[in-house]
Design a protein around this ligand. Structure first.
Ligand code: SF4
Length: 446
C-alpha cells in the first residue's frame, strides 16, 4: 500500500480522538467551499505549555485492533473500514517531511492495539526514537499510552514524548464493562498512576541533576466520551475533579459521542453529537481549574445536569442569591471570581487597583469588568449602580441572549431538558460546528 493511502486511512481513523481542540464533527463550511472544516482528518491543533497554538499531525500507528470497543470505528468487528499499519520508518519520515514543509509543528500519535499492547507500544517507541534520535526532531509529541502495555515500555515512550495520555473512555466502570469489554478500570488507571508517579520522580531527579532526561514534561491528559452512556453531568464532573486531584492531569478532554455503530447499547446512528453538553462540560472544567469551583458546587444531586440556556457560572450565581451582592472594595479574590462578568484577569486587576483607590462602577468598567452582567451582583462603596432595577427577569436577560431568554421563559425552565432538544431549538435544528469547536476550549464568558 502506498504511504499516501496509509496516511489517508490512519489520519481518518484518528479524527475522533479528542485530546486536542478540534474534533471530527461536520460543520456548515465542510459542505460548502468555505474554510475551516473540522471533519477532514490529518492536522489538529493543541496548545503548548506557553499558550501557543500548535498544529500537529494526528495519526494512528495502525487502525488494526484486537479489541472491540463498541463506540469505536476501529473495533475489530467493524469489517467496513480499510486497515493499515505504518512502519516506524515510514511514519517518522512522513512527520519530518511535513515538518520541513511547515505543515505541522508536532505529532499526535495514537494507535489501535495490534497483536498485543506491548507490540503496539514498541512500534510507537521505535517511531519516536527515529524521530528524536535519527532526525533530531525536537518538536512537540503527544503519545497515547496503550492500556495493558508493560511499565518499562511506557517509561521509554514517556522519555520520548512531551505529553502522554491514557483515555479513560467511559465515565463509569459499568459503562466501560458494557461498551469496552476488553478494557477494565484497572487497565486504564494503572498506567495513569504509573505516569503520574514517574513524572513526580522525574521532577525530583531534575532538582538534583539539572541535565537529567525529562519524562513527559508537558504532563498527562485523558479523554472521556460523552453521550454514549447514561451518566449525568454531575457524575462526569465529579469524576473529572477526582482525576485532576488523584492523577494530577493537565487536562480532561470531553468528546461528544459521534454515532459510528448501530449497536443497540449505543445511541442510534441518527443521533446528533451532544455538542452543547460537551461545551458546558468544558466551561465547568474551566471553572474548576481557574475559578476555584468544586464539582459539587456546580452541579449536585438535585440538579444533576447543566442548564442548556446559561453557562455554569451564571447558573450558579442566579441560584445563590444569598452570596451576593459582593462589595468589590473588600471582597476576596475567590469571592470576586464568583461574580458573573468578572474573570480571572479583571479580578486580579481589581485586587491591585483597590490598593490605591476606592473603586466605583466606572473604574470597574475600565478594569475590564463586563458591567452588563456584574452590576446585578456587586456593590461599590456599599452602593448599587445608579438607576439599576433589580428584577429576576432583568438579571436573566443580562446573562442570556434574547433567544435563550425567550426559550427559557417559554419552556418554564427549570425542568429537565434534553440537551439535544435544546441545542436544536437554539440553533434552528442545526448543530453548531466550527464555532462550537472553537468555543469549547475557551473559558466561560467572564
Ligand atoms: S482499543 Fe482503542 S482503537 Fe481499539 S477498539 Fe478500543 S478504542 Fe478503538
Amino acid at each position: 500500500m502506498e504511504i499516501f493511502d496509509k496516511l489517508q486511512i490512519l489520519a481518518d481513523s484518528a479524527k475522533y480522538d479528542a485530546a486536542c481542540t478540534s474534533s471530527g464533527v461536520a460543520n456548515n463550511s465542510a459542505a460548502s467551499s468555505g474554510m475551516g472544516s473540522t471533519c477532514l482528518a490529518g492536522v489538529c491543533h493543541s496548545f503548548a505549555a506557553d499558550g501557543r497554538c500548535i498544529s500537529l499531525l494526528k495519526v494512528l500507528q495502525t487502525n488494526i485492533c484486537i479489541y472491540d470497543c463498541k463506540y469505536c470505528l476501529n473495533r475489530k468487528s467493524n469489517a467496513e473500514i480499510k486497515r493499515a499499519v505504518f512502519k516506524p520508518e515510514e511514519l517518522a519520515d512522513l512527520t519530518i517531511q511535513f515538518y520541513k514543509r511547515n505543515y505541522i509543528e508536532g505529532l499526535f500519535l495514537s494507535s489501535g492495539v495490534i497483536k498485543n499492547p506491548d507490540y503496539t507500544c514498541e512500534l510507537m517507541i521505535r517511531t519516536l526514537m527515529i524521530l528524536r534520535n535519527e532526525y533530531n526532531f525536537n518538536g512537540y509529541i503527544h503519545a497515547k499510552a496503550i492500556p495493558g502495555a508493560d511499565n518499562k515500555l511506557l517509561q521509554q515512550l514517556g522519555m520520548l514524548a512531551d505529553r502522554m495520555s491514557v483515555n479513560i473512555e467511559m465515565p463509569s466502570q459499568s459503562s466501560l464493562a458494557l461498551l469496552a469489554p476488553d478494557k477494565s478500570k484497572n487497565s486504564i488507571l494503572a498506567p495513569m498512576n504509573f505516569i503520574k508517579e514517574s513524572i513526580s520522580e522525574n521532577c525530583r531527579d531534575l532538582t538534583v541533576y539539572k541535565k537529567a532526561p525529562k519524562f513527559v514534561p508537558a504532563g498527562q491528559s485523558t479523554q472521556m466520551i460523552i453521550g454514549a452512556s447514561p451518566e449525568t453531568d454531575s457524575h462526569i464532573l465529579k469524576l473529572t475533579e477526582s482525576l485532576y486531584k488523584k492523577y494530577k492531569l493537565k487536562r480532561v478532554f470531553f468528546s461528544a459521542y459521534i454515532p459510528v455503530s448501530d449497536d443497540a447499547m449505543l445511541p442510534s446512528l441518527d443521533t446528533s453529537p451532544p455538542l452543547l453538553r460537551e461545551h458546558r462540560l468544558y466551561q465547568a472544567d474551566w471553572l474548576m481549574r481557574f475559578y476555584k469551583f468544586g464539582a459539587s458546587e456546580i452541579l449536585d444531586d438535585n440538579s444533576p445536569n447543566f442548564n442548556p440556556f446559561m453557562d455554569p457560572k451564571c447558573n450558579w450565581a442566579v441560584n445563590h442569591p444569598d452570596f451576593f451582592p459582593v462589595e468589590v472594595n473588600r471582597a476576596s479574590y475567590e469571592e470576586l471570581l464568583r461574580v458573573p462578568g468578572i474573570g480571572v484577569r479583571s479580578a486580579q486587576r481589581i485586587i491591585v487597583a483597590r490598593r490605591c483607590n476606592t473603586l466605583d462602577f466606572l473604574s470597574l468598567k475600565k478594569l475590564g469588568v463586563v458591567l452588563k452582567r456584574a452590576q446585578y451582583f456587586v456593590t461599590c462603596k456599599g452602593k448599587k449602580n445608579d438607576g439599576l432595577i433589580i428584577k429576576h427577569d432583568n438579571i436573566l436577560r443580562s446573562l442570556m441572549s434574547k433567544k435563550e431568554f425567550d426559550m427559557y421563559k417559554d419552556m418554564n425552565y427549570p425542568k429537565q431538558l434534553d440537551f439535544i432538544e435544546a441545542e436544536k431549538l437554539l440553533n434552528g435544528g442545526h448543530i453548531k460546528g466550527t464555532e462550537e469547536m472553537t468555543l469549547m476550549s475557551l473559558p466561560p464568558s467572564p
